[in-house]
Write a protein that binds this ligand. Structure first.
Ligand SMILES: Cc1ncc(COP(=O)(O)O)c(C=O)c1O
Length: 397
């Protein structure tokens, strides 16, 4: 039998699925209520303990956890939220669906998270700001101290989007536990999955947790009585049972991710053409949901993406279009290119390399050898590869 080429590829990401997880899932299907069974509450309890918060409310996606978060702080039409434009669409669409307006802040190019100075400037300038949403992009903690300080002064909420940062620490505390609310995603390739879509809202505020719990379950008060309007955002029991086993391995997997990142850093350190990701520091412990490098310009980035694909290495762009330039948002608000120069440069120059706990050291070596070859042979100058790079990007947008 001929093996398909795509099956030989080193993927960008790959979830760990072992017999223990499969058994837990089958066991829950056979022995528990399918919806809001015991595993759901056990998963919530374990996750709250892991993050270091009082309450955890599971959901059927990170997006629904965000919608619950904005619901719980009673975001209303014409309220504003301050968000980085360098993030996944749900960070902002979840609030926009409830009528809020996004105010986009710049990122700092040394760690790709919201620039606290620009955020402060926007808060002082604008009325009606109800929340700020720092995103721990790629698993790297955002600069939370100045954000929390300013939020307190201005009496606004901080909702941490930790969808990519399960277990990352800022100042010794797990991200998600520092703002008023934290949200996580368990989408299949996140650092921990539930065997499909899933999410979690965490908070130390009992009132917020109570609203979130109700709103995720139709606004239910009793079996057939409702004192709020709500959604069906519940996490299925089978997914919670799966996630509960995954959680046991999370620290071990994150440690492996950090070791892979350190190896990439070392093997790429002699290449001036490659900017490696921000390093762990005394106050910040990242979890490398993604290992993202930055190149000189869009042409080089795209050619390298196409070149790696040709060598059976999957590389992707997170994300090729910043949110303020996404067609749906641009059309609504009339944002123009040039509004956020650093974010726009980020979108044009970042490239995510394979990163998952089962990635082998030899594979990392192979990937970095191919990157060296790309620069040694000046592949980025060849017309053929420039064209291939353009096509490669087209597949992503
Ligand atoms: C930064 C960020 N926020 C929110 C989400 C939404 O999570 P989900 O895909 O589980 O709805 C994601 C998921 O990709 C994400 O990366």
């Amino acid at each position: 039998m001929k093996i398909k080429r795509e099956n030989l590829m080193i993927p960008l990401s790959k979830p760990v699925i072992n017999p223990e997880m499969i058994e837990a899932a089958i066991n829950s299907l056979q022995n528990e209520k399918l919806v809001l069974g015991e595993s759901v509450f056990k998963f919530e309890e374990s996750f709250a303990k892991y993050i270091g918060v009082k309450h955890a409310v599971s959901t059927n996606s990170g997006t629904s956890a965000l919608i619950l978060a904005f619901n719980a702080i009673r975001i209303m039409k014409d309220n504003s939220i301050i968000v980085p434009s360098a993030t996944f669409v749900s960070t902002v669409s979840s609030a926009m669906l409830l009528g809020a307006n996004p105010i986009f802040a710049e990122i700092t190019l040394n760690n790709y998270t919201i620039d606290p100075n620009h955020m402060a400037e926007l808060i002082y300038k604008r009325q009606n700001v109800k929340a700020v949403v720092p995103v721990h992009l790629y698993g790297y903690p955002a600069e939370l101290d100045p954000i929390m300080e300013l939020a307190e002064e201005k009496d606004i909420y901080v909702i941490e989007d930790a969808a990519q940062a399960h277990g990352a620490r800022y100042g010794g505390r797990k991200v998600g536990s520092i703002g008023h609310i934290g949200i996580f995603s368990f989408y299949s390739i996140k650092n921990i999955t539930v065997g499909g879509d899933g999410g979690m809202l965490v908070t130390n505020d009992e009132k917020i947790a109570t609203i979130a719990r109700k709103v995720r379950d139709c606004g239910r008060k009793g079996k057939y009585s409702y004192d709020m309007l709500g959604y069906v955002f519940r996490l299925n029991t089978v997914n919670a049972a799966f996630g509960l086993v995954q959680l046991k391995y999370l620290d071990q997997w994150n440690k492996r991710r950090r070791a892979i990142a350190a190896l990439y850093d070392k093997l790429l350190s002699d290449l001036d053409e490659v900017i490696t990701p921000p390093k762990p520091s005394q106050t910040k412990e990242p979890v490398y949901h993604l290992y993202v490098i930055r190149l000189k310009n869009e042409k080089v980035r795209n050619a390298l993406g196409a070149w790696l694909e040709d060598q059976s290495i999957q590389a992707l762009v997170h994300y090729p279009i910043p949110l303020h330039l996404q067609p749906v948002i641009k059309k609504l608000y009339g944002f123009k290119e040039g509004l956020l120069p650093k974010t726009e440069l980020w979108a044009k120059t970042v490239l995510s390399l394979p990163m998952f706990p089962e990635l082998k050291d030899d594979q990392v070596k192979y990937i970095t050898e191919k990157i060296h070859e790309f620069f040694e042979k000046k592949i980025y100058e060849e017309r053929e590869w420039v064209k291939k790079g353009e096509k490669w990007l087209q597949k992503l947008v």
